[in-house]
Design a protein around this ligand. Structure first.
Ligand code: PMP
Length: 414
């Protein structure tokens, strides 16, 4: 089954020697995704929405069909719609803007917006910078307090008893924005207490699903977040496209983000009126070919759903055993639920040196802070080496990684 799946990825024919262990940064793309992008550019290549001719209408239908699939992939709610974005980061910037704007009418949907205590946004120390910096930018400007769930030295959430209660006494927590899965440790956090907290206090529950979308889309659905942001490129799709999924009525009630063509009803000299959501958040020409390819990525992920899940378990079980046997410490070991992502340290070797030496062995991993500087502080390291595995990886790839780490250790005599 994995062989059949691997055959769909042209990367392996062009790079037969490389052991690709950097899918947390971006997943490889199957041929059908590449073909869809090519198909748009060669066969249709026209703009959407405004064309009166058949080709343009056909392209519009394809894009609208992908929009529905992208929302349905992470949400069971028929009320949820997808706004196309450039990726998770842009989706979270959009959410941060509209959820803190005084021009958004959120009090009709979320009771916390009626409370006059200092408004606050609850994040965690394990967040990717994409789910910290946008909130900081708007919090500073709009008088919101930023609160963080602490994490322990393994990267697990570590809120003291009564933590949420004490926050609720002091602040009006209007937004709870958390990543379901860490890109550093692969830990799938249990967000259900925070989901309940958001419900009980009338807060908006936002999920950064950049990593979870590939490993655990069913967990995202179970949480039923109010806002979900993810990128196509972590899900075997192209770069530069993603979605922010949210309730249509909430999006209708919120402030616009960027102005321009394609998002208006009527433009006058002094002011304009806007389309309903999702159109009002999609100014300018969209990445149409990428949306076609995104559709094929969603189809691929749906088709191989079972295998993606079983490979996650297979590779993690095998990987954990190999790391334990070789006595290589990795962060997040023993977490409740984890995908096969290994952030590790070789004593005496800087993560970047480890990465370079692994590359000499044709093993491609990532090294650095992984856009998670607050998490690095909690883990008490400045950087880690990270191997992130996906469905197309094999046990043989894990063996090659362990052998290559052995080579690094020999050099550093550790
Ligand atoms: N959040 C998490 C957890 C991520 O892993 C990433 C990508 N590494 C992002 C957000 C940002 O995604 P993108 O760069 O596709 O916008």
């Amino acid at each position: 089954m994995v062989d059949k799946l691997r055959a769909e990825f042209p990367f392996f024919s062009f790079n037969p020697k490389i052991v690709y262990l950097d899918s947390g940064a971006t997943a490889l793309k199957p041929q059908r995704v590449v073909d869809a992008l090519n198909f748009y550019n060669t066969h249709e290549s026209v703009n959407i929405h405004r064309g009166v001719y058949q080709l343009s209408q056909r392209a519009t239908n394809t894009v609208e069909d992908v929009r529905k699939k992208a929302a349905a992939f992470v949400s069971s709610s028929p009320e949820h719609v997808a706004v196309f974005t450039r990726g998770t980061t842009e989706g979270l910037n959009l959410a941060a803007h509209i959820l803190t704007s005084t021009k958004s009418n959120l009090a009709d949907f979320f009771a916390s917006y009626k409370i006059s205590k200092t408004p606050a946004i609850l994040l965690s120390e394990s967040e990717h910078h994409a789910n910290i910096v946008p909130w900081q930018i708007f919090a500073q400007e709009r008088g919101y307090k930023l609160l963080y769930i602490p994490v322990d030295s393994e990267g697990k959430f570590n809120a003291p008893k009564g933590f949420l209660q004490s926050l609720a006494e002091k602040y009006s927590v209007r937004i709870v924005a958390l990543s379901l899965q860490s890109n550093v440790t692969g830990i799938l956090h249990d967000l259900s207490p925070y989901r309940t907290f958001a419900d009980e206090h009338g807060a908006v529950f936002v999920v950064d699903a950049a990593q979870a979308v590939v490993h655990a889309p069913h967990e995202i659905k179970k949480l039923n977040p109010d806002f979900i942001s993810y990128s196509a490129h972590k899900l075997f799709g192209p770069t530069g496209i993603g979605v922010l999924v949210a309730h249509k009525k909430v999006l209708d009630a919120c402030d616009v983000y960027q102005g321009g063509g394609g998002m208006i009803n009527l433009v006058e000299h002094e002011k304009s009126t806007y389309l309903d959501a999702p159109g009002k958040y999609e100014a300018g020409t969209q990445a149409i070919g990428e949306i076609y390819a995104f559709g094929k990525a969603l189809e691929f992920a749906e088709e191989y759903k079972e295998l993606i899940h079983t490979q996650d378990i297979n590779l993690r079980e095998y990987g954990d055993e190999k790391f334990h046997n070789a006595q290589i410490r990795f962060f997040g070991d023993g977490a409740r639920m984890r995908s096969p992502i290994y952030s590790f340290e070789i004593p005496g070797a800087h993560a970047h040196d480890t990465g370079t030496l692994l590359d000499e062995q044709n093993v491609a991993i990532r090294a650095g802070h992984h856009c998670c500087q607050l998490l690095m502080q909690a883990l008490k390291v400045s950087a880690t080496a990270r191997a992130s595995l996906a469905v197309y990886n094999t046990r043989d790839d894990v063996d090659k990684l362990i052998d290559a780490i052995g080579y690094v250790r020999k050099i550093f005599r550790k």
